[in-house]
Ligand binder design. Sequence first.
Ligand code: AMP
Length: 464
Amino acid sequence: MSFSELGLDPLILKSVLAAGYENATPVQMQAIPAALSGRDLLVSSHTGSGKTAAFLLPSIQRMLAEPTVKSMGPRVLVLTPTRELALQVEKAAMTYGKDMRRFRTACLVGGAPYGLQLKRLSQPVDVVVATPGRLIDHLERGKIDFSRLEVLVLDEADRMLDMGFVDDIKAIAARCPAERQTLLFSATLDGVVGNLARELTRDAQRIEIEAVPHKESKIEQRLLFADNMDHKNRLLDALLRDVEMVQAIVFASTKRSTEEISDLLADSGFASDALHGDMQQGQRNRALQRLREGRTRVLVATDVAARGIDIEALPFVVNYDLPHNAEDYVHRIGRTGRAGALGEAISLVSESETRYLKDIEKLIGSPLEPVIVPGFEPGAADVPAYQSRPPRPDRHAERPPERPAERREPRPKPAASRDALFDAPYVPSEAPRAEGASAPVRKHPKKQVAALFRSPVKVDSAGQ
Ligand code: AMP
């Protein structure tokens, strides 16, 4: 369905066209006309479905009319669980509102200096995007005025509740005008999210978009069984050496393991960075910026990053270990295959993780496809029971065994970039390979690829 059929103003349509969107996604088709009617909405939609535009476009359209209350405070407030997601949403708001007159946004997140945030709040602002904790700080200091607030958006409400923000959200909502419109977006609308929704919305329309990637999803999902961590490290190394794996996000469950894996990869010559919640916001921003600029080839992240990263055409996600919460798996793999792009998700699974695997397979409604990398098969002598499903060796039958990874001198860490986020277009193919690599950098093909499982690893003079 074309955007022109959704009731959007020509000025907003112009920015949608400029963003390069041709057709509305399912969540946009349903949520935009409903939000434009002024009703409260409860929307279940999965990450990467285009939900940000679904709540921002109708909300920004309100700015075409003069506010009824005179004040400088925001007319639209978006709450998000993570800082990265907040920055992402603010950037989207600036894109969609770029043709509006005097359109101003502010992003209020923890870990960032107060000064700039206070400066933004001292002028009229249309859209505020915030994480709950920092917004409460500003509220308590009396620095933000909600008297002209028209729309409250809760983005990824389930995640905000998981992160313990329920009281903050209720306190914030209590400060918003009662006659506001409330738009709640969440992976699930059941359980505690449902309770919160009942408390914060009035006569809300429920819109359910399939919450998990379905069989026709453009994300290829595979799993590689591993005996232990050492085996996982060798598999990861082999995967990353494949010529097709231009850039990847590797997910690991703990902050410490992201650092360890990133160091190990750096020692092996991969330009890699860690990303986790204990890092300063500036460091986190710089790690993302390096990935966007292609200066980092591998980002090793905890789940905190699974919600906030939107990198166009990021081709690969590797789960170094499985998340304990099956929904996090869906969010992790949602970092690839965004908005119809093709992607590939590979999970490394050890015996102790089979219970998480079962939960994930139950949630996504189908088993993950087990594959092997010739030369890196799980130990045949002590085959655990969980490997009863035969892997599919067929595609690799003619493939020579992998060469073991060659050790190289550690690559020096890239110099810190400036701290401006998300302002440069992402160029997916310029990722550096290893130190001294001379092979031409390839564009990631638009078609779906099976990375390592399709073409033999080529070893060039630089050890690739
Ligand atoms: P979201 O689910 O809001 O995080 O959006 C995921 C990605 O889809 C973002 O990069 C958006 O820019 C992009 N996107 C949103 N709507 C559309 C659309 N209608 N057509 C193409 N891409 C879109």
